[in-house]
Design a protein around this ligand. Sequence first.
Ligand SMILES: Cc1cc2nc3c(=O)[nH]c(=O)nc-3n(C[C@H](O)[C@H](O)[C@H](O)COP(=O)(O)O)c2cc1C
Length: 309
Amino acid sequence: MLQIGSLTFSSPLILAPLAGYTDLPFRLLCRRFGAGYCVSEMISCHGLVYRQPNTLRMLRSVEEERPVSFQLFGAEPDIMGEAAKILLEFSPDMIDINMGCPVKKVTKKGAGAALMTEPKLAEAIIKEVVKAVDIPVTVKIRLGKEREKINVVEFAQMAETAGAAAVTVHARTWAQGFTGTIDQHYITKVKAALSIPVVGNGDITSHQAALEMMDVTGCDGVMIGRGALGNPWIFSGKTTSVTLAEISEAALLHLDLLEQFLPAEKLLGYVKNHMCRYFKGLHGSSILRREIFAADSLLAIRQLLSVTD
Ligand SMILES: Cc1cc2nc3c(=O)[nH]c(=O)nc-3n(C[C@H](O)[C@H](O)[C@H](O)COP(=O)(O)O)c2cc1C
């Protein structure tokens, strides 16, 4: 049973933070399909401190999705601490700190994966956030800057000492971005070196593969990102026997949730983004994807999705 701080989760499989995807509707969907918990899209500490409407909109949550983790990113310890306090107004069950994002917009400001090259600064950030809140604080990291500078074990130990309640390891370097393959044996090494829970992450595309990662590395949980897009069954373990009717039903449920929780002006783009992920690999799916992208209303998309076996 995965346990972080005083929280116990129904499943060790977790929805990873995915900017542009892990909004409230998708998190709710994944929880309904069995995810132990879900992590929000990354939230800027500056956006929070300045209470920017676009940032605050990302913090919507409902009781049904609990426990939920909100992810913060930033590079200044005091601002991260202040932002964490503001985050508490929105009642997350955990706060995750992003120390793994390789996107330039984030790293050029010293945040995300860049923090793995500045362990002292990273330590100060973790300490400030831990001090600011009374809920578990977790940290999401990579292997290090590049192959020759892998420092994940020392970095994870530092995070534990600084007060992190769990660490997630995306087993790629910053330099790799999202290319190449993960190096799972570093997850094993981190697990062996820490007493707090260690969550493995990277390239998991099936429920079985997630369980295998836990088996092989000894990690306490597995975070799944891209493998959950259009495939919430990855959490329930039913992936292999999903019928066309079930795919249609899940896509329509997802669409309903998007409609219920997202602002109308953003809806069509978000719906297209998510809906194109369903039916992937099935006969005729590329035509369906094109039709979804060309659709000019939710009603039209709903009709396209309403297929049966
Ligand atoms: C579109 C996209 C957005 C992402 N956004 C975030 C993010 O906001 N915060 C974060 O820590 N990682 C983010 N990641 C990284 C994922 O959480 C995850 O670590 C990575 O995709 C590897 O796991 P996967 O192979 O299961 O997708 C993102 C990845 C993708 C592809």
